[in-house]
Ligand binder design. Sequence first.
Ligand code: HT7
Ligand code: ZN
Length: 876
Amino acid sequence: GQIIHLADYRQTDFVLERVDLTFELDPTETKVEARLIFHRREGADVAAPLVLDGDELVMTGLLFDQMEIDAARYDATPDSLTIRDLPASEPFEITITTMINPEANTQLMGLYRSNGVYCTQCEAEGFRRITYFPDRPDVLAVYTVNIIADKASCPLLLSNGNFLGGAGYGEGKHFAAWFDPHPKPSYLFALVAGDLGVVEDTFTTMSGREVTLKIYVEHGKEARAAYAMDALKRSMKWDEEVFGREYDLDIFMIVAVSDFNMGAMENKGLNVFNDKYVLADPETATDQDYANIEAIIAHEYFHNWTGNRVTCRDWFQLCLKEGLTVYRDHEFSADQRSRPVKRIAEVRHLKSEQFPEDAGPLAHPVRPTKYREINNFYTTTVYEKGSEVTRMIATIVGPDGFKKGMDLYFERHDGDAATIEDFVKCFEDANGVDLTQFSLWYHQAGTPLVSVSCAYDQAKGDFTLSLEQMIPPTPGQSVKEPMHIPLRFGLLLGDGSEAKAAAVSGADITGDVLHLKERRQTVTFSGIPSRPVLVLNRSFSAPVNLHFEQAPADLAHIARHDSDLFSRWQALNDLALPSLVEAARRARAGETVETSAVLADTLIAIAGDENLEPAFRAQALALPSESDIARELGSNNDPDAIRTGREAVLAFVANRGAAVFATLFERHRTQGTFTPDAASAGHRALRNAALSYLAVSDGTPARAAEAFASADNMTDRSTALTVLAHRFPAAPETAEALESFRARFADNALVIDKWFAIQSTIPGDGALARVQALMTSPHFAKSNPNRVRALVGTFAFSNPTGFNRADGAGYRFLAEQILEIDPKNPQLAARILTSMRSWRALEEVRSDHARNALRTIAAGEKLSSDVSDIVERMLK
Ligand code: HT7
Ligand code: ZN
């Protein structure tokens, strides 16, 4: 594929007025008739042809104003349709007939069949696999959709908008018509047809309108959609209360399907979901599953305003809808659950996924300026860093300023296909601020590094803070400008109170936010009575790396006393990381690892502090992961040494805190009927964190085996199974538990995915053979993205020692898998391949093997543009 540049953006020559689609559904020969009404845009070249996008299309008919069209006036290829000699200004109608094969559509883009259900996925460029069309987000039109299908196998015929009517249609068939009054781009089109069960409810909007809510799932699974329905109603209410946004159709539908490339899709009025993010009950779903369902239901619903009512002008603006909507779903979950605990989880995720992307060969700006394959830009940078950029705007303009800016955005751009510049301008205009320098966050890739040092002059009472920012070079961007970095901070005194400076010089400070704007800045706080401990980047106000050699005693002080729970967690992390890095170094050199008692004692004290919420304590107990340590080391990484070092530190903490952990394990047992609320989940998380440590200090599988046997919910059961499998892979108790779990949930593919994931992450060299054996299991299906992600994806992304085997066998296995998956599902293949994004940071032997595996992929025949784009950027 060729490279698309933002700078080449041009409006279309033709305006699309209306779209009428008729589908005659058939598993292998679906007929699609598209009637499109266009007129030439005022000022456009009168000789310009109409060029429509296609992808693997077969055209069987073409009419111009209902008449046959002369063959000399058009060219049709599978990838485009060009029509010439069109009217200068008056409207005209083009009717296109295409034949498509949903059954053979293994890419899961366009119209496909999943478990007998017809469904569509059109974002980003799937609509062009249905019919020829101006398939770009700035072409908005009103759609009418007619669906004709077999009545017995497809009693349900759904599309966007409101139901117009339906009737019988010849022998054994019926039809339904839908009309969506809201102009939309083609990527928001959806059609679903099949035989599904439904859960129904209603929601009364803030203006008193009753909206019908329907969630469609496979028959027999209706009860498992109750939590999703509850999350939907809470999302609708929250968007009214917090953003003033009301739903705008009479019906809102969600359909759960079992074959889906991503989490879900926000099609207007008809969201399509990966069933993993709809179905839940205590027997089969973990607390994390419940939290994910709540977040994704909210995310897709929130897109109705941030994405659908205001959409993107072009795909370079993807973060306009995705970054903003992630920010909105983060805020929603923070309001529904514990704000600091949610923030810790977000930052953990950002650091483990986005920071490595930003530091590797796939780094790109939040608003890129070029792409080869748009599917590869649904990245953690666009989504999660994009959300952090929105959060920084909120921090800079404050809560009221943010609300004013958002209100202006909806007022100005409702019905538009907008840009990032439009969005930022709303905050500038609503608040009278200049966000020019701030906007660099959209344009410069790479995680800024802020180096910090400080000094205290007892005699003068001056506390001086020196800050320096550096934005590392990234592909295509070697030189960077200083950014506007909003850092929340506090000066913590010995008694845990906060120092208030009499005066500050050298920085622009608003409230508790210090605005770092220069490359280097020295800030002096005067009138500070005693040496304070600096707490910087509270609540992770800016997505940066800090280089700050803070004394362990100061970090321990923050960890125990700061008012911001997030900073307390961050301080623990900062206390742990140098010990873990040192442990990895020693392990690599064959030396014995020593662990600091300060770290262990601080961790144990926080774990045992019953004044703190259990979910926070569970987060505090989770030591930085092996990949966190690898990131901190930066280069020449040996995953085996990292694990050996971390295990030594973990064992030290486990043994020192054994009594506390045993108490926690007993005290935080949840009793009675299961509820998925955040408080109960917190007790389970803390108890299970204690179990993980106890398995180490016990040195036997007995306690985990007992926890597995007595578990009455999936969180406890799957954690106990993970502890058994990861700590005691060869124990008979583990084999027994794995088999009893498999047998009990053999009919539930989503639970079997957990069984795959637990086994594929058992550390060490044996993992590869285990994964290969599991691929031959009758439960595995190569055509299903959830199965492939659970087994192959989890192995490559989340098993550092097993995947990064020193002999390179893990990489060779992945290369084989990628080459096999790519012809069937390129998006899935490309996404799993990004698991190798940090390959250059590995030590030489492993990085040589990794390079060879990537070269094997690059040499593959007929690679998709998805995989070739990723592999080429990784090898550059
Ligand atoms: N906006 C949706 C993105 C999406 C997607 C993109 C490419 C290929 C398949 C896809 N399925 C869904 C989901 C979201 O972010 O809300
Ligand atoms: Zn989204």
